[in-house]
Design a protein around this ligand. Structure first.
Ligand code: HSE
Length: 431
């Protein structure tokens, strides 16, 4: 094994880029000992060379074009921390791999959309494409599944993969505040994506889930197979009812393997308070992996921010310095199976349904009839006290039922004259 320094060029000097520089500078000795060779930054790239970033960048070659740096820098590894599924980030990664340079990236959107093609390119050049920071920030979940759980057939992987959504849902519950108000806090704290709809509409979680599913099940990354629903419509009323029923509402990404394919979905979920993931609060992320040998394994940690994300980036660099080289998604590209998507209407589970009803005799009988007609069995029902002249919230939880039956029942219920708002449905996850 070589003892020559590993030379690193970093594209993108935002929060994570600066965090990566800091760790590589501050822990240079520790990292040298752990790798048996120094890891040195040789070049950096950012559009604005004059901005003060709180780190000494004076010894590094500067580039303003990341794709140019990818081929021209004196570097073994190109670290892409620009972001975005196309444009400069994609060009940079492609150029680096094509030039036979290892790549480390935190770019979940890029991997979710182009992971397969990039993995093929990396493999053809015999270089690493490492992306630990792309999923759940500081939690070493890719390493856990790809290496630590290599002896397991994984049956399900699920998690809280977006800190912004978890922060919003937690704060709404704890402080009884509205969605929009809390979203502004999350943006100010720097957790939200540049386009916050990626967070709150579940897209960011879906990017991460598609990557996790590929590593967990040895299938091609298939972002289009993920069925996505965000948290915009979650109201304070639903959060209160959840609490009363013994649940917390979490935005979960869930990928599960069954005989007829892989179900990948992102949706707000009622999680029982007895499940550890229900207690993962604020900006924290958690991933629960079910393996046939290990049983259920939960990892919790910070999924965003300078230190946690840079920690994952540096771990990927350290792997390269140590000479650890693994197939991008755990198995060689040609062995990845096509991801056979299992449609959500084949899903079975329990459901929470909130209706707003006119409070008059016979209304509930109509609702019950619609449930009966579609073979949905009720588990519980709560009706709130009526304020004069107002619709009354009625919450129903069901036994395990088919999603197609549930949706058909809701369709029929929504058409009743006595139902004053579209019904709200939230899936209940057992653990
Ligand atoms: N916007 C993401 C989050 C950042 O809130 O978790 C990390 O991917």
């Amino acid at each position: 094994m070589t003892h020559a320094p590993l030379k690193v060029a970093i594209a993108g000097l935002g929060t994570v880029g600066v965090g990566t520089v800091k760790i590589l500078q501050q822990h240079a000795d520790l990292i040298r000992m752990r790798c048996g060779r120094p890891v040195v930054i040789t070049a950096v790239c950012s559009r604005d060379q004059n901005r003060h970033r709180g780190v000494d960048l004076s010894n590094y070659q500067w580039f303003s074009d990341a794709a140019e740096m990818a081929t021209q820098a004196n570097a073994d590894v190109i670290v892409e921390l620009i972001g975005g599924s196309s444009g400069i980030a994609k060009n940079t990664v492609e150029a680096a791999l094509a030039a036979g340079r290892h790549v480390v990236t935190a770019n979940k959107a890029l991997l979710a959309h182009h992971g397969l093609a990039l993995a093929k390119l990396a493999e053809s050049k015999g270089v690493s494409l490492n992306y630990e920071a792309a999923v759940a920030g500081g939690i070493p979940v890719i390493k856990s599944i790809r290496e630590g759980l290599a002896g397991n057939a994984v049956t399900r992987v699920q998690g809280i993969l977006n800190g912004t959504c978890n922060y919003i849902l937690t704060t709404m519950r704890q402080e009884g505040r509205g969605f929009d108000d809390v979203l502004k806090d999350a943006q100010r704290l720097g957790y939200a994506e540049a386009d916050p709809s990626f967070d709150i509409d579940g897209v960011d979680t879906a990017h991460k889930l598609a990557i996790l599913a590929s590593v967990a099940f040895g299938v091609e990354v298939n972002f289009n197979a993920v069925q996505v629903e965000g948290i915009r419509h979650i109201s304070a009323t639903d959060i209160q009812f959840a609490e009363e029923l013994g649940y917390r509402i979490k935005l979960l990404g869930v990928a599960s393997m069954s005989l007829d394919g892989i179900e990948q979905s992102v949706h707000p979920t009622m999680v029982p308070l007895s499940a550890p993931i229900a207690h993962v609060e604020g900006v924290f992320n958690a991933v629960v992996t079910d393996g046939d040998a290990v049983d259920s394994l939960m990892q919790e940690g910070r999924g965003a921010g300078e230190g946690p994300t840079a920690s994952a980036v540096v771990a990927d660099i350290v792997d390269i310095a140590r000479g650890i080289h693994l197939p991008t998604f755990g198995v060689p590209v040609e062995k990845l199976k096509p991801s056979q998507a299992r449609p959500m209407n084949l899903h079975t589970g329990a459901y929470y349904v909130r209706l707003m009803l006119v409070d008059q005799p016979g209304v509930f009988a109509d609702v019950a009839a619609a449930l009966r007609d579609h073979k949905v069995s009720m588990e519980s029902m709560i009706q709130r006290v009526r304020e004069p002249g107002e619709s009354v919230p009625v919450v129903i939880t069901t036994h395990i039922t088919s999603e197609s039956g549930m949706l058909a029942a809701l369709d029929a219920i929504a058409k009743l004259d006595t139902v004053t708002e579209p019904p709200r449905m939230i899936r209940i996850e057992s653990a």
